[in-house]
Design a protein around this ligand. Structure first.
Ligand SMILES: NC(=O)c1ccc[n+]([C@@H]2O[C@H](COP(=O)([O-])OP(=O)(O)OC[C@H]3O[C@@H](n4cnc5c(N)ncnc54)[C@H](O)[C@@H]3O)[C@@H](O)[C@H]2O)c1
Ligand SMILES: O=C(O)CC[C@@H](O)C(=O)O
Length: 387
C-alpha cells in the first residue's frame, strides 16, 4: 500500500485514478506521496519515506525544491495544465482594467431603489466609459505555457503584441504567432506598451523585476496585469506609480497587506487556475506523474530531478537511484551489482544540475544486503527497488 496525502483540495477526477494499492487516508507524516496546490511547504518536515511531491499547478515557489532534491524527494508540477484558465483570466483582467465594469456594476447596485434608474443610467454612465484593447500595444513578459496563449489571444483581439522571454523553449516558440514582435530588451516593453502582463516563475532572479526603474520608463496610463506571483512586482513602487498616473490600473491575482485595498488596483483572490477544467487537468496530470514514478520509477515533469523514462519494466527487477551528479557513482553501482551476480539488462542515467537519477533493469531480484551496499556509496541519496 502506498500512502498518499493531499495538502490541498485536489479534484476527484484525478484522485479516482489511484488504484486500490494507494491509501488515500494517510497523514502527511506517513505519506510516501504528497499532492499539493498552494500550501506552503518550506517549513514542513520531510519524512524519510517521502518519495515524491506533485504540485497540481505550475508555480513551485511554495516547495523547498533543493531541500527535497537533497533528500531524494522528486518534485513534479503540471506544466500547461491550467494555462488556458489563466489566459482567460488575463483577458478578463485587461478588459476590467479598460472598461470600468466593476464601478458601473457598483453604481447600479447603489441605485437599485431608484424608480428612474433607466433614465439616471444614461447620465451616470459617462463616469464608467473606457477604452478598447484593439490597436493597443501589449507586452508579454514570459512566453511559456500561459504567456504564449495570452500573446496569441491578444493578436486575435487586434492588439499589437510584444513578447519577451530570453529562455524561450523551442516548443513555446513553435506555438507562438508569427505576428508577435520579438523583444530582446525588456526595457522596450516598458517604454512602448500600453498593457504589460507578466508570466514568469517566482525565482530569485525574477523577484521585483517590475520595479521603480521599470515604471520610470513607462508611458502615463500603463495597465499592468500580474497573474503570476506578487513578488515579481515591487508593489510599494506600483502604489506610487498608481498615485502619479504612470500606472492606470494594476490587476493582480495576489491579495496581500500592500495590495488589498490599494487605490487603482483590482485585486483578485488567486483565481487564475480556479476553473473546473484547470483543476481537473492539473489533478489528472499530477496523479499520473506520481503513479508513473512510484510504479515504474519514471520521472516526467519534475522540477528538481532530470526527466528519465524507461517505460514499464519488462525485466525481472528495476532499481531506481537518486544521487549526486558526481563522477564514478555509476561505476560503483555496476561493480556492486556485478559482484552480486546481477546482470543489468538496460539502464538510464540522467543529470540536472547537482543531482542525477539512474534506473537499472536487472535480471534477478536484488536482496537487501546489495541494496544496502548501493545506498552506502558516497553521493547516493536514495535507492529504491521499484520492481
Ligand atoms: N494565478 C494563478 O493561479 C497561476 C496559475 C498558473 C501559473 N501561475 C504562475 O505563472 C507562472 C508562469 O506559468 P507558466 O505555466 O506559463 O510557466 P512556464 O514555465 O510554462 O513559463 C514560464 C516562462 O517564463 C520564462 N522566463 C523565466 N525567467 C524569465 C525572465 N527573467 N524574463 C522573461 N521570461 C522568463 C521561461 O523561459 C518560461 O518560458 C508560474 O510560475 C506561476 O507562478 C499562476
Ligand atoms: O492551485 C491553484 O489554485 C493556483 C495554482 C497556480 O498558482 C499555479 O502556479 O499553478
Amino acid at each position: 500500500m502506498v500512502n498518499v496525502h493531499c495538502l490541498n483540495n485536489i479534484a476527484s477526477v484525478g484522485l479516482d485514478l489511484f488504484s486500490d494499492d494507494y491509501n488515500m487516508e494517510s497523514s502527511y507524516e506517513d505519506a510516501q506521496a504528497v499532492l499539493v496546490r498552494s500550501a506552503k511547504m518550506h517549513d514542513m518536515e520531510l519524512n524519510d519515506h517521502l518519495l515524491a511531491i506533485a504540485r497540481a499547478g505550475a508555480g513551485v515557489n511554495n516547495i523547498p525544491l533543493d531541500k527535497c532534491a537533497e533528500a531524494g524527494i522528486v518534485v513534479f508540477n503540471t506544466p500547461g495544465a491550467n494555462a488556458n484558465a489563466v489566459k482567460e483570466q488575463v483577458l478578463a483582467a485587461m478588459l476590467l482594467a479598460s472598461r470600468d465594469l466593476i464601478g458601473g456594476n457598483q453604481w447600479v447596485a447603489e441605485n437599485k431603489d431608484n424608480a428612474d434608474i433607466a433614465k439616471a443610467t444614461e447620465k451616470a454612465k459617462k463616469a464608467f466609459a473606457g477604452q478598447e484593447l484593439k490597436g493597443k500595444k501589449l507586452g508579454v513578459i514570459g512566453l511559456g505555457a500561459i504567456g504564449q496563449l495570452v500573446a496569441n489571444a491578444a493578436i486575435a483581439l487586434g492588439m499589437d503584441v510584444y513578447g519577451y522571454d530570453p529562455y524561450l523553449s523551442v516548443n513555446a516558440a513553435w506555438n507562438l504567432s508569427s505576428k508577435v514582435t520579438h523583444i530582446v530588451n525588456v526595457e522596450d516593453i516598458y517604454k512602448e506598451c500600453n498593457y504589460i502582463t507578466i508570466h514568469v516563475p517566482a525565482l530569485d532572479s525574477t523577484k521585483g523585476m517590475i520595479n521603480k526603474a521599470a515604471f520610470d520608463l513607462m508611458q502615463d496610463g500603463t495597465i499592468i496585469v500580474n497573474c503570476a506571483r506578487d513578488v515579481l512586482v515591487d508593489e510599494t513602487a506600483i502604489g506610487e506609480a498608481l498615485k502619479s498616473g504612470r500606472v492606470k490600473k494594476y490587476v493582480t491575482d495576489f491579495p496581500n497587506p500592500t495590495t488589498a485595498g490599494m487605490e487603482g488596483a483590482i485585486v483578485l483572490p488567486h483565481l487564475g487556475a480556479s476553473t473546473a477544467e484547470a483543476e481537473d487537468n492539473c489533478a489528472v496530470m499530477a496523479v499520473k506523474e506520481l503513479r508513473n514514478y512510484i510504479e515504474n520509477g519514471n520521472i516526467i515533469n519534475s522540477v528538481n530531478y532530470p526527466a528519465c523514462d524507461m517505460g514499464v519494466c519488462t525485466a525481472t527487477g528495476r532499481i531506481a537511484v537518486c544521487h549526486k551528479n558526481v563522477p564514478a557513482v555509476i561505476s560503483k553501482i555496476t561493480t556492486i551489482l556485478g559482484d552480486a551476480g546481477v546482470n543489468i539488462e538496460e539502464m538510464a542515467n540522467k543529470s540536472r544540475g547537482d543531482y542525477a537519477y539512474s534506473l537499472f533493469d536487472v535480471d534477478k531480484n536484488v536482496d537487501d544486503s546489495v541494496i544496502d551496499k548501493l545506498a552506502s556509496i558516497e553521493g547516493i541519496i536514495k535507492v529504491r527497488v521499484v520492481k
